[in-house]
Design a protein around this ligand. Sequence first.
Ligand code: PHE
Ligand code: ZN
Length: 888
Amino acid sequence: MIEATVSAAPQPILRADYRGPSFFIDRVDLRFELGEDLSRVHATLSLRRADGVPDDAPLVLDGEALKLLHLALDGRTLGADDYALTATTLTIPGRGLAAAFELRSVVEIRPQDNTELSGLYRSSGNFCTQCEAEGFRRITYFLDRPDVMARYSVTLEAERARYPVLLANGNRVAAGELADGRHFARWDDPFPKPSYLFALVAGDLRCLPGEFTTRSGRAVRLEIWVEPENIDRCEHALRSLIKSMRWDEQAFGREYDLDIYMIVAVNDFNMGAMENKGLNIFNAKYVLARPDTATDDDYQAIEQVIAHEYFHNWSGNRVTCRDWFQLTLKEGLTVLRDRLFSRDMRSAAVARISEVLGLRTAQFAEDRGPMAHPIRPESYIEMNNFYTTTVYEKGAEVIGMLRLLLGPDGFRRGMDLYFDRHDGQAVTCDDFLAAMADASGRDLAQFSRWYSQVGTPIVRARGEHDPDARTFTLTLEQAPPHGRHDAALLHIPIAVGLLAPAADGARALPLQLADEPAPGATTRVLELRAANQRFTFVGVDAPPAASLLRGFSAPVELEVPRSDDELALLMASDPDPFSRWDAGQELGRRALLRLADDAAAGRPLALDPRFVAACARVLADPHLDGSLKALALTLPGERILGQHQEVVAVDELHTARQFAVRALAEALREPLQALYAATAPGPYSIEPAEVDRRRLRNLALGYLVALGEPQTVALAQAQFAAADNMSDAQEALACLIDHGGPARDAALAAFHGRWCGDPLVLDKWFALQAMSSHADTLARVLELATHPDFNLGNPNRARALLGTFGARNQFHFHSRCGRGYALLADKVIELDPHNASMAARLVAAFNPWRRFDAARQQAMRAQLERIAGQPGLSRAVHEIVARALAPV
Ligand code: PHE
Ligand code: ZN
């Protein structure tokens, strides 16, 4: 008997299976007839067989959700017998194909029904596209893979009244009128590009124009395109673009290459933004800003995302990825570039701390869950699931380590060689490493393991002082990530400094290793390559405090046996601001974890007075800027605390943190009140000094309102009523939401009344409620999910309520009753048939399920199984859920 295994389960694609394309496409000519019901895409492709590919190899084009109307090969119309169609491919047998030929196709698509927001779709009545990773195949039949690079010419035709603006990549070369009130524009992109960088926009949009002169003297026209009512919110985006262009010239010697650079803001977008050649399409959230609608964080995020997409023009577009496994080649590198830019634009220490906070909260958690993968994944079912914090943020950390090892100049030489060598090519992470190695003469073989290693490595450090020899020996040991035993030894840069306790705090010691002739700088990068290494510093009179992993020099979990007193010393006087913050976080974490244990054991709670004293010193420190103080005085969040527990103690962590906030507020009440009073706002400005002032003042407000006293709640009410900017309004509103009661209801109603016509601001209204620590948050989130303004189909709104709740409210999402889990699963099931990649992002909230207690595990598993059992589940959600349920 023959056993037939019929499996509906989607099959993974493996990195090891990569083969070059059998055909290349050199030129693409597209004509779009855009209409209200139907749109037609006419494509003419110039194809050629790749060298060495046999004559009978068929041409297999990708295509999804397309209705084929016409197909012609070198001018000859093909009949149904000449090709084969499946739901995802169009195949033409090899026999009929010359070495080079022209293929014309006409397909019909329905952009207005495209809810996946991938391919050609509509947002607020306008047409726009999103093609990364595999959206172009939803526009026309194509070799939709990044190693096929072609020159595009694109003609758009649409009704002039509804779609006065017609945009595509490159330069506009023609435009004019057509019959029946229609018009057209033709665009030509001189740079060969992969299909994922294709873009078009047609709509009723307004433009804020600008100009940039490159350092070689070329004038570039800049255009920010938005819906008419948003035209007064574009200046910050334009300024950010100009800063980015200048910075890339100065920092990396990279100039812009086309005569025009356009950014279009759309309201419906699955991600943050997209670097399409010459025509970036952005989630409106990362373009629009006015002081009364956008917070200081929004302004910074906009500057950083604009920079990120701009920097892709070199790291991504001029040099692109050979295949999607190489995604970190462009994303890790571009994140590093946008981070270096952001550190230059504002306080480098504050920027670095925020980067590390994000990494530890999200990426470290990903590394410990079912979606753990190397920065260069080995397999995927749905590529959209791999636009992850690991590929992006850990990828950036890996390149940051390379920069630390090579030094800024060596790194720059490597980048120059990489761009020179590979301009116009689709390449791999190994090509990038080879350029770095060749330019610097360094052997990066061991370093390259960072690209295949899964999980967060653990580094253990131990120090020993020898008073007779006057030496301090630091032993560093690398251990495999949690739950993994097969990890290879990595090449890990560990930046260290030594502090000698002194009367007024501590003194940084010039460092001299045993085999060196003289002391050098006070920070030094040690290279850990073996399982175990000892570094002996000489000339150390007294036991020093070791400041380790300065600047977070490697994405590792550091374990050091050190006393609270040593941490308090580092927190008070480490000259490295990152390590100073980090020491404070570790001290706070210890105090909070002890409180959580006390809560679990039913012991009375008391916040460690040494920690309170350390916080008081930070608050009083005249040398720290406001943003740094605010970061230092923000207690570690419940999610980070949970990572340091065997089983996440949801309720006890919440109790402990709430208790600690109130205890700190009581202990520091006077200085906090004085600070709040002394930092009253003047005229609004986004200058760094003003941002610092607002951050610190709002931190103080948060603590004071946590006291729950009528006078302190009144401070928040007054600030909310008087605020002329969204930072102050939002912080006050957040405090009032946490406080609850009539003050909350009044503020929420006022905010909704004022902003209900403004989608981005209304998102904040949803997100703040979803984030709240107030006891009734779950009930309110359940209600908000049925609010008339809630719209699951809009990614920003779905993220504001459900994304925020699932990923940022550990206590309420993981409420014992399980209703939070049921809500999330319901919405995933509802969304999946419409927007699978968004549904897959939401369902990831269940990924850490095995880290919780048995009852919660059981409840989450039941929801995962319910989702897995849905008929017709998408590949995207299937992949996340199957990984989550797979036995460990
Ligand atoms: N490439 C985009 C970026 O990081 C992200 C993106 C991926 C956007 C997929 C849309 C779809 O800059
Ligand atoms: Zn990117």
